[in-house]
Design a protein around this ligand. Structure first.
Ligand code: HEC
Ligand code: HEC
Ligand code: HEC
Ligand code: HEC
Length: 306
């Protein structure tokens, strides 16, 4: 029941996006034209590096109904602390996953409000190996999957157990089958995190050390950093957005068709993404041209996540 409701909300969200985007496209709303954007420095004031991300709660006071709708979507629930409320999985004594290639077993459980994954090996009735790790985050809204991560002094690793919602069962994560189980050592880097979350804080040049791990994709991933917009609106500097563009924030509806697609393609790309020279996974902002940041090479088989 809960998930039907979620899907309905998600569908409505997409529908609203599509309809408004299309009407914007065909009905000639105030819109940036593509040639104007080319080469010219951006007019969007939040493309400036000094403008900071402020998080979704900062938008709530003035855009409450969008906030309430968005947080129910899959994207709004893409990443969070591992809480009982966040987890879509079932738990119990019979939910044990056996990795026959490594002769290891896995068992997910709660102790009060903390989730753990136990790895163990049996020799007859004796337990000859046992390792228990705390789960800090759940990645995936649970519409399809929940995967699990731990935070060791800011270093993020994936844990070797995933909940598959459609099948209603636990199993090894994608890519861990057939003897490829890397157990607790798969580093989750910026590439991964910057597609599944709000903009994280990352320790430069590290493989997987984060200074800030947000709680799910948020408004600013599609609208750009909001610091300046919030400051201007609080100060009462209001733009008539029916006839003009508020350049303190990006409304995708008012972008060229190509730049609209780029907003979504930043994360919904099919193929292998390779960063351009000197570019970073945190550099792209909505309203910019994605191909200035990332080259995309196609796979022969569809594969969103490496
Ligand atoms: C203090 C109130 C306030 C806050 C906080 C606020 N907004 Fe707004 N926002 C407005 C108002 C009022 C408008 C319409 C008038 C304008 O843009 O000047 C608007 C317009 C917008 C637009 C449309 C701009 C256009 O050109 O069509 C977007 C997108 C937007 N806000 C996103 C956000 C996001 C994302 C956040 C959080 C980071 C946020 N807003 C926080 C008041 C606010
Ligand atoms: C920051 C990366 C990112 C951006 C930007 C992004 N998406 Fe997503 N999107 C995701 C991820 C990750 C999921 C899977 C979420 C989950 O279920 O855990 C997703 C899921 C979805 C879904 C599935 C249903 C749901 O409830 O969310 C739709 C539809 C969707 N995105 C559409 C869009 C559109 C349209 C845009 C552009 C306007 C867009 N996305 C921009 C990362 C992104
Ligand atoms: C280029 C952006 C991108 C990167 C990089 C990426 N993902 Fe994804 N991932 C997505 C999108 C978008 C979806 C949703 C796909 C859909 O619904 O069509 C997704 C789906 C998933 C799902 C299923 C979520 C669900 O419940 O639907 C998991 C789990 C996942 N990714 C984990 C990872 C991990 C772990 C990494 C890093 C090793 C990673 N992804 C890297 C964009 C990305
Ligand atoms: C996945 C991308 C995405 C996310 C995330 C997102 N938006 Fe939007 N938003 C859009 C698109 C596309 C449009 C233009 C189409 C439309 O008007 O619905 C838009 C339009 C808007 C507008 C102007 C139109 C209106 O309805 O007033 C505001 C304000 C806005 N968004 C605020 C927010 C806030 C606040 C959040 C977070 C709670 C948010 N958005 C999250 C993509 C997104």
């Amino acid at each position: 029941m809960k998930s039907t409701f979620k899907n309905l909300k998600a569908f409505t969200f997409l529908l609203v996006l599509t309809i408004v985007t299309l009407t914007g496209f065909f009905c000639g709303n105030p819109s940036e034209n593509a040639s104007e954007q080319k080469g010219a420095a951006s007019k969007y004031l939040n493309h400036n590096d000094t403008v900071k991300y402020v998080g979704m709660d900062a938008c709530r006071a003035c855009h409450n109904s969008i906030y309430e709708t968005f947080k129910e979507t899959g994207m709004g629930q893409s990443f969070h602390f591992a809480t009982r409320q966040k987890s879509a999985a079932k738990f119990g004594k019979h939910h044990i996953v056996y990795d026959k290639w490594n002769n290891l077993s896995y068992y997910p459980f709660w102790q009060q409000d903390t989730m753990y994954i136990m790895e163990f090996r049996l020799s007859g009735k004796d337990t000859t190996h046992k390792r228990i790790e705390k789960v800090d985050y759940i990645i995936g809204s649970g519409q399809h999957t929940n995967s699990h991560m731990m935070n060791v002094n800011g270093f993020i690793y994936q844990l070797p157990l995933t909940w598959y919602a459609q099948k209603g069962k636990w199993d090894l994560p994608p890519g861990y089958e057939g003897g490829q189980n890397v157990r607790f050592s798969r580093a989750i880097g910026l590439e991964c995190m910057s597609c599944h979350n709000a903009m994280p804080g990352f320790e430069k040049n590290s493989l997987n050390k984060f200074t800030n791990v947000p709680k799910g994709i948020d408004c600013e991933r599609c609208h750009g950093p909001g610091e300046l917009h919030v400051r201007e609106k609080v100060a009462g500097n209001i733009v008539d957005t029916a006839t003009q563009i508020d350049y303190t924030i990006v409304n995708p509806k008012k972008l060229s068709w190509e730049l609209q697609i780029d907003v979504c393609q930043r994360c919904h790309l099919q193929g292998n993404a390779v960063l351009k020279n000197d570019k970073n996974f945190t550099d792209f902002r909505p309203g910019k041209k994605l191909s200035d940041y990332i080259d995309i090479y196609m796979h022969l088989t569809p594969n969103v996540c490496k």
